[in-house]
Design a protein around this ligand. Structure first.
Ligand code: HEC
Length: 193
């Protein structure tokens, strides 16, 4: 009698306990969810924020690329063509020396240039001018003679010269015609040597 009662009791126990246990587990899950929900929410927010950020970085990069591409042709436009900076864009020089023009240049040189320049490779205040027509384009030489201040500020080769000689070549008020004569004289000087 006792035995059967116990058995029934025993059998009943798991039946009555099981739903309780399930309930408990459910409650546990719910409690856990309540605990983790904010964490989940926050991490979702963070994820969306960070992906938004990386998108804007990508946009920034694209914009920079576009700006660089737009700037590139402008850089090409100011690329040094070796002709210097000034009014002279192109000069025709003959195969032979124009002797009359060179003679005119010689007297100009003696009046305006020989205080600072020798016709050898010896420096006085400015560099010796021997071989200068082989080192420079004729346009560069005429622009240097007409426009020395701007040349030493902006032209890469003239800038180097100023850094080397530490004296600014002064503007001798030479017009284009006289600069052409001086160029012919410098050409004659280089052909003779
Ligand atoms: C006050 C001194 C002075 C006078 C005058 C002067 N120069 Fe210069 N010249 C210089 C100096 C210094 C340089 C180097 C650049 C600089 O420092 O300004 C130079 C550079 C040059 C160069 C470039 C030389 C090279 O190696 O590329 C030429 C060409 C030149 N001068 C021609 C002339 C002519 C032509 C005259 C006369 C119309 C003249 N200079 C008058 C001082 C002078």
């Amino acid at each position: 009698m006792v035995y059967t009662f116990d058995a029934v009791k025993h059998q009943n126990k798991p039946i009555s306990i099981k739903p309780n246990l399930m309930k408990k587990n459910l409650l546990n899950l719910r409690a856990k969810f309540k605990l983790f929900a904010p964490v989940l929410f926050l991490s979702a927010m963070l994820f969306s924020c960070s992906s938004e950020k990386s998108e804007s970085y990508a946009d920034q990069y694209k914009k920079e690329q576009a700006a660089n591409e737009a700037a590139a042709p402008a850089e090409e436009a100011v690329e040094d063509d070796g002709k210097g900076i000034g009014p002279v864009k192109s000069v025709e020089v003959g195969a032979d020396i124009d002797q009359a023009l060179a003679a005119n240049g010689k007297s100009l040189f003696e009046g305006k240039c020989s205080a600072c320049h020798q016709l050898s490779d010896q420096k006085i205040v400015g560099p010796g001018l021997a071989g200068v027509t082989e080192r420079r384009k004729p346009e560069w030489l005429m622009n240097m003679i007409i426009n020395p201040e701007e040349m030493t500020k902006k032209d890469p080769e003239a800038k180097k010269l100023l850094a080397e000689h530490l004296t600014q070549m002064t503007n001798q008020n030479v017009n284009e015609q006289d600069a052409r004569a001086l160029l012919e004289f410098l050409r004659q000087n280089d052909k003779a040597n």
